[in-house]
Design a protein around this ligand. Sequence first.
Ligand code: GLN
Length: 526
Amino acid sequence: MPTKYIIVTGGVLSGLGKGIAVASIGRLLLSRLKIIPIKCDGYLNVDPGTMNPFEHGEVFVLDDGAEVDMDFGHYERYLNVNCKMNWNLTMGKVFDMVRQKERRGDYLGKTVQYIPHVTDMIKDHIFKVAKEESADLVIVEIGGTVGDIENELFLEAMRQMREDVGRKNIVYVHLTYVPIPYGVNEQKSKPTQQSVNLLKQRGIFPDIIIGRCSELLTPAIKNKISNFCDVDPEAVITGLDVDDIYEIPLIFEEEGLAEILHKKLNIYSPPKLRKWKEFVENMRNPDKEITVAMCGKYTQLEDSYASIIESFNHCSAHLRCKINLEWIETTDVRDTSFMENVDGVVVPGGFGHRGSEGKIEIIRVARERNIPFLGLCLGLQLAVVEFARHVCGLEGANSTEMDAETPYPVIDILPEQREIKTKGGTMRLGAYTAVLRKGTLVQSLYNSSEASERHRHRYEVNPDYHQLLTEKGMVFSGCSEDGRLVEFIELPDHKFFTATQAHPELKSRMEFPSPLFYGFVKACLS
Ligand code: GLN
């Protein structure tokens, strides 16, 4: 079978959930196909690693150390794949590649132009990935909204692909918005018509339209959209507003999307999503409940902690437990009385000194009152600072990120980071293996002598303090293979006091919840 392609574009407005739509489409077809998701973003940054989480949500990190858009989190969680750096194509990267090629002289004296040189670069890249991965199906998400100047070249490349791969092997899906205006109380198709017109002006004629709507699309509106936009009525699919994004594949299935794709791409008829449905039902029908405090400084934008939220959802699905997250903005926490009403505390990753003292205080209370605590990256570092100050008696101990003048720099910059001046892609990034210590909680949770988790940091536990910390009772439950870096810590006499230098939330999947989160939730329940 030749590689098949599904191209997903968006219209009317941003934020309709294109990433989840792509992931859900893939999930429908997953059982027998090797599916590779590719995301094209129009911005000129090479990757989103340097963007503020307030603006762009969480920076997702892949095994290979790529810093990518949070949509890759959805792809990995729904498609059970480990994505790679070159599956993300930003216009910044495309221009970089074109310029390098031009400087090498590879264009042989030609005038280098948007068409064909930039569009060819985009297509060649996609075909190369498809070949390298022996993909049965490639799903390409075009970021942004049709009509944006910055994604025009991607759209043009996608139009051209129809000729390159053959009409039978490519399907265009357009995600739009079907509003029900207040007082009119009727589903409206005009924005969809206009958006499809914009797409048609670019030579792309969608085969499938997904209309995001607060209700199921009526047969009447499906007919209308079908009529105005030249798609079959059964190829107009509802993208229903839901509280729980894991329902989307099930809704697509009920709306007949799997069958349409089967016919249009001439691929196998996929079986029903049985296991997935069970997980969703467990989440919907919990038989127990806990409340976890999420103590960070980006709490106004839950997107900056997307993978943590999903990791808890995965635990929910396996433990049938409702997990309420209480967001605690730590910038000026003085009062820790909220801790009386929570079952556990998470201190997630973060950068800079704002909020760090609040977090340290919260960690102290969690440690002293035997409240389950999970520290992620910065959370580990601050747990070490807290322990150094209050157990080891090192007054004023700190991370040099927070206080360059601290008398006890228990957390310090990684030696190899000292000389680095540029910001993009220069942290310690990607998956690293930690050797787990026998008999520790962490080792029993991973049920293995090793754990490979993804990283994104510049600081570490200062080796000068390893001895003191362990003498005073902190257990290093996992270290880097050379023994130099502390990757996991725990306190043995505590109900659950565990932290990691990594970001285990990035590898949690519906089928395989992160062991640390799972252990933490169980401790909160007990
Ligand atoms: N700011 C810390 C460091 O760079 C922690 C980073 C993080 O939490 N991802 O090491």
